[in-house]
Write a protein that binds this ligand. Structure first.
Ligand SMILES: [Zn+2]
Length: 133
């Protein structure tokens, strides 16, 4: 069969640098409902999704029951992310973290809440507090 050029070869890597930045954002913004030991940052390569910068994944309720596990989240950063400047990257991280609900139960908050307004607000708070805390 034919394959699209560059397609079919998705690769994932631990993103320890982004993990550390995410943890700093959580600490500075006091997002205490997020268990950082259960949120994993990954980079993906070879995705054909040109418009996506990052996405948030969750271990849903059924799989949690099947695995006798609590909730887990993964934030996947696509190749486009690394081409952005640091400030915009921080906003992307904040955006993805906002998808994680207060219950940390395996569901998502949606784009009525995860919107540019709230991201800008939190990013401003992060910039103001990061040097202080
Ligand atoms: Zn989103």
């Amino acid at each position: 069969m034919f394959r699209k050029k560059g397609g079919g070869k998705l690769k994932y890597e631990d993103a320890f640098d982004l993990q550390a930045r995410m943890e700093e954002i959580i600490r500075v913004l006091g997002m205490n409902h997020i268990d950082t030991t259960r949120v994993k940052c990954l980079r993906s390569f070879g995705s054909s999704s040109y418009r996506t910068i990052a996405r948030c994944h969750a271990l849903g309720k059924v799989m949690q029951l099947a695995m006798s596990s609590g909730a887990w989240y993964a934030i996947e950063f696509l190749e486009r992310f690394d081409k952005m400047d640091r400030k915009e990257q921080d906003k992307v991280i904040i955006h993805e973290l906002l998808h994680i609900p207060k219950t940390f139960g395996g569901g998502f908050r949606h784009h009525d809440f995860v919107c540019d307004g709230n991201v800008e607000l939190l990013h401003e708070r992060f910039e103001n507090l990061r040097g202080v805390l």
